[in-house]
Structure formats: structure tokens, C-alpha cells
Design a protein around this ligand. Sequence first.
Ligand SMILES: Nc1ncnc2c1ncn2[C@@H]1O[C@H](COP(=O)(O)OP(=O)(O)O)[C@@H](O)[C@H]1O
Ligand code: SF4
Ligand SMILES: [Mg+2]
Length: 367
Amino acid sequence: MTVPEKATTSPEPLLKVSGLVKHFPIKKGLLQRQSGAVQAVDGLDFDVRPGETLGVVGESGCGKSTMGRLVTRLLEPTSGTIEFEGKDITHLNTAQMRPMRRDVQMIFQDPYSSLNPRHTVGAIVSAPFRLQGVTPEGGIKAEVQRLLALVGLNPEHYNRYPHEFSGGQRQRIGIARALALKPKLVVADEPVSALDVSIQAQVVNLLDDLQDELGLTYVIIAHDLSVIRHVSDRIAVMYLGKIVELADRKDLYERPMHPYTKALLSAVPVPDPKRRAKRERILLKGDVPSPIAPPSGCRFHTRCWKATEVCERQEPPLVSLATGHQVACHHPESVSDVQLPPRGPDQAPEEKAGAEAAQKVTKKTES
Ligand SMILES: Nc1ncnc2c1ncn2[C@@H]1O[C@H](COP(=O)(O)OP(=O)(O)O)[C@@H](O)[C@H]1O
Ligand code: SF4
Ligand SMILES: [Mg+2]
């Protein structure tokens, strides 16, 4: 007899992503010949453990939504693999995906466009039951009302329309819909970015409470580090289609190793004025380059104050530089106390020293 393993003790990740790539072809002319591709996601490797929250951050256009839509199989990957509970789901067709649809759900960024304005809240939240042909115990209406109460809405409002609700309430409706089928994994794509700053924390806290209550696993996407700071167990930082750093939350905040992460962190507001005065603010020069023709070598080299010749030439692989702390950089920060693995003949000591000196000159200090 086999005893089912408890999710919390299972060493197996819930989601495992390897070499994930999505290139959107660009077609030109009458014949619609492919003239290039938007390299939206270009080789992601990560996993998500049962019960954790993985935060994913990066500037607009770096491929976060594409990643979310790939792992929830709303988009077909160009290459790479996606495993859910050990099962390869990379190329399952719609029919094969049907059972998995219950387990993996997505919450979208815009609570205005993601809810059909002509449908009542009851119809919206119960849609997953109809799509899956499931009748919940006690009937659909009772279950919808239970879900509405669960997300902090009035259960009596199931006959109302989305326009009768505020942005925060609409996002709660989206959350209720995502939770209807008791999913295992929820991918939330910038769930509070479209909301008023004053209610962002409420919705993030709701997600956090629901995770504890329902044993959910989250991937929460955000464009800056402030929103997901308190709820993430681990954080992946993306830049132009790649993960540049992946670490435990505390590690990432206290000892960021990638220059881009440092820059992102320096932009997070610090409430304490004493600490604010001490902190350097790093201003990145220029815009994010186009994912149609990303820079050679390290994609961040056009904006990095530590960039050297090797950065332009050679792409730094994502490697573990400390326990559970992966970084893709030739000249990582905060590594004096960690043993660096050999990184090839390119990284001469004087080159490192030079980069450190350059950093001191270009960093701006906030007064
Ligand atoms: N369906 C699509 N067709 C072509 N390009 C796309 C498509 N979806 C996204 N992109 C492009 O892929 C890149 C990454 O987009 P996205 O994943 O939305 O980034 P983010 O969510 O981080 O802002 C952008 O350059 C975007 O314009
Ligand atoms: S590899 Fe070079 S350019 Fe890229 S982040 Fe590191 S120092 Fe900067
Ligand atoms: Mg997005």
C-alpha cells in the first residue's frame, strides 16, 4: 500500500521550470515573413515549493507576465519544460490540460478588464464550476456566497455587477474566482498594481491570509520590491527575459549580489528617515533595451556601473554563490564573505578592483 506523501514534507517542487523560452515572432510584409522575434522570456530555471510564495520582480517589459502565462499554460512555450507535481505539462493540449486547470489558477493585474461587465458577480465567480462541470457540495449559489465571504465581500452582493464595486473589491472578486476550484498554485500577475496605494496592502494581506487558510502556493509578480516585500519567501529578480538573482527574501534584502537588484532596492521607499539618509540611491542610466535585440553578454551591461569588457562578451550564468542564493553576474556584490566558485580566466583580480572603483564614482548618494 502506498501512503500519500504530505505536501509540506515533500521534497519535490510543486512547479519546476527548466530552460523556459518564449519568443514572439515579428512578421513583416505581405507574405508575413518572420523578420525577428521579441525575446520576452529567454531561458528561465526555477522551482516553486509547496506552500511558499515566490515573488517575481522586474521593470515593465522584462517578461514577468509572459512567464506567468507560460507556467499557467495560457501561452505555448517556444522551448523548455514546465513540470507540475512532477508531471511534464509543457505541451499538453486543451483537453489534456483540463484536469490541471483546477490546480493552477491566475489572478490578473487589471480588475477592471478581467471581469466581464455584463456578468453578475455570481456568474463570474461560479464560471469555473461550469467550465469544469463541477457542482460544489451545497450547490453553486451557496458556494459562491461562501467564497465572497472568504475574500471579505458581502455574500448578499452576488447579483450585482462589477461596476458597482471599487477596484479593491473587484480584485477580491477576481481572487474569489481564482479560488473557486481550490487550486494548489495561484499565479498573481501584479495583483495590486492597478489599485490605489492605500488599499494595496489590504489586498496583499488578504492573499497572505488565504494562503495560510487554504494551504496555497503563490507566484506573485510585481514591478517593484515594495509590494511583495513582506509576503515573499523567496524572490526572483528578472531583467530582459532572464532571472538575474534568486534568493530567500531576507538574503536578497540584506545582501543583494546583483547590481540590478541593488538598484531596485535603492528605489524602495524607506519609512524611517534615519535609515533613509544613510542609504545610497542608485540611479540607473538609460532605458531598458529592446527585447527584440537584447545586448550581448550580460544584458544589463548597457546600464551597469560595474560593467567591464567581459560583461559585454560573455553571458554570466545563474549560479549559486551562497546557500539558496543564485546570481548571474561576473562581478557580484557582497561576496567578500562567501567562497566564489571558479569563474574562468576572464575575471582577473585587477578587473574586479577596477569595477569596484568605478562603482564608487558613479553611485549617487541621497542626502
Ligand atoms: N503576444 C505578444 N506578442 C508580441 N510581443 C509580446 C506579446 N506579449 C508580450 N510581448 C512583449 O514581450 C515583452 C515582455 O512582456 P511582458 O511579459 O508583458 O512583460 P512584463 O509583464 O514584465 O511587463 C515585451 O517587450 C512585450 O511587448
Ligand atoms: S555581469 Fe557585468 S554588466 Fe552584468 S550585472 Fe554583473 S557587473 Fe554588471
Ligand atoms: Mg506584466
